[in-house]
Write a protein that binds this ligand. Structure first.
Ligand code: WQD
Length: 340
């Protein structure tokens, strides 16, 4: 069985990717330190895939532990690296936590398997683009000065990977630049599990709809967009997960060498108000919301050009905004009835 190490594999995107890896005939080996995930997700994954995945509880910042992991799992053929701190606002308050965690973990895992011909998929983000000069934004767009330490860790990580490949390492590397992952698995057994008050729009919407929050605040409606609210490229987390399998398969081809980058979005933008209305139409639940001030650090509008992903990666998002809202709502109802 083709073993794939999945760091951060109990997290939101990681857990959905574990499912798609099994569906594609791979054997995922999950590594997670549970700092932003729940061990019960392992049980949920067992229900979905029909067997308990291999799991190592491990902090990738501890080099000796990562070296031991590589000794105990020597026959992995690929690594998908999700493990990182990812809250934009928190990164502004605690930059050293973000630089330490996100860089130590990346460098330790790269060092642990260095010298082996592995396929490495890196979880990057559209935040590297900042507010693009042109939309839709392509992979060739200039990387802009990061708006947060979190975004900077993604930019610098991509440079670390590019430099490592250029130095003649045996790794093949693909960086996947996510736009806005939302939604949940069709079984509603896994989904987004924000700790505390959600920072992201869709979990805040579903927690408002279930009655945990009083109302949604739309952060600004005076942007230069059709309805004044900010625009993002929301992508279903299952589509996103499938793209990681496509990235592994591309690197398994002899003609792929070195390093490449792909946008993972739908190529379509939706405003905050459009997302709210899509949720109401899809679920039949009326959402209380108010308009508030714009949030510091937000870009006005960004959505991806996904031509390269379609033509080179051989992947295209299939699920629409209504499916994203419906699955997010089913997950919210499930997790509210069955707290982990
Ligand atoms: C989306 C839109 C908000 C909450 C961040 C990270 C990105 C990625 C996804 C990790 C914005 C508006 C939000 C609310 C609102 N994470 N909003 N009311 O900021 O686009 O991206 O999460 O990879 O890296 O930067 O996502 O969901 O926070 O916001 O109006 O209560 O919804 O202003 O326009 P964002 P988001």
């Amino acid at each position: 069985m083709k073993k794939i190490l999945v760091t951060g594999g109990l997290g939101f995107i990681g857990s959905h990717t574990v499912v798609e890896l099994v569906n594609a005939g791979y054997e995922p080996v999950i590594v997670d330190n549970l700092s932003n995930s729940n061990i019960k997700i392992l049980d949920q994954l067992t229900h979905i895939i029909g067997r308990r995945p291999i799991f190592h509880e491990l902090d990738l910042c501890i080099e000796s532990d990562v070296t031991s992991l590589a000794a105990s799992e020597p026959d992995v053929m690929g690594i998908i690296h999700f493990a990182a701190s990812k809250a934009v606002g928190e990164s502004v308050e605690l930059p050293l936590k973000y630089y330490r965690n996100n860089f130590y973990s990346l460098i330790n895992i790269l060092n642990a398997y260095y010298g082996k011909p592995l396929n490495f998929v890196f979880s990057s983000s559209c935040t590297v683009y900042g507010q693009p000069d042109q939309l839709p934004v392509t992979e060739n767009a200039p990387v802009k000065p990061a708006e947060s330490p979190y975004g900077n860790t993604k930019q610098v990580a991509e440079e670390i990977l590019r430099d490592m490949v250029a130095s003649g390492s045996k790794y093949k590397v693909i960086s996947l630049r996510y736009f806005n992952p939302v939604g949940a698995h069709e079984t509603a057994l896994i989904g987004e599990l924000p700790l505390g008050v959600p920072q992201n729009l869709v979990p805040y919407i579903t927690q408002t709809a279930i009655g945990m929050r009083e109302k949604v605040t739309v952060y600004g409606d005076t942007y230069n967009t059709p309805d004044g609210s900010a625009i993002r490229d929301y992508i279903h987390v299952v589509d996103l997960a499938k793209a990681h399998v496509a990235a592994l398969k591309l690197m398994e081809k002899d003609e792929f060498s070195g390093y490449d980058v792909f946008n993972l979005g739908t190529g379509k933008g939706n405003s905050v108000l459009e997302v709210i209305h899509a949720f109401e139409e899809t679920t039949g639940v009326k959402l209380p919301y108010v308009i508030g001030p714009a949030r510091a650090g937000d870009v006005e509008q960004v959505w991806g050009d996904v031509t390269k992903s379609t033509e080179v990666l051989g992947w295209t998002a299939e699920l629409d905004i209504n499916s994203m809202m419906a699955s997010a709502w089913e997950w919210q109802k499930y997790i509210s009835q069955n707290p982990l």
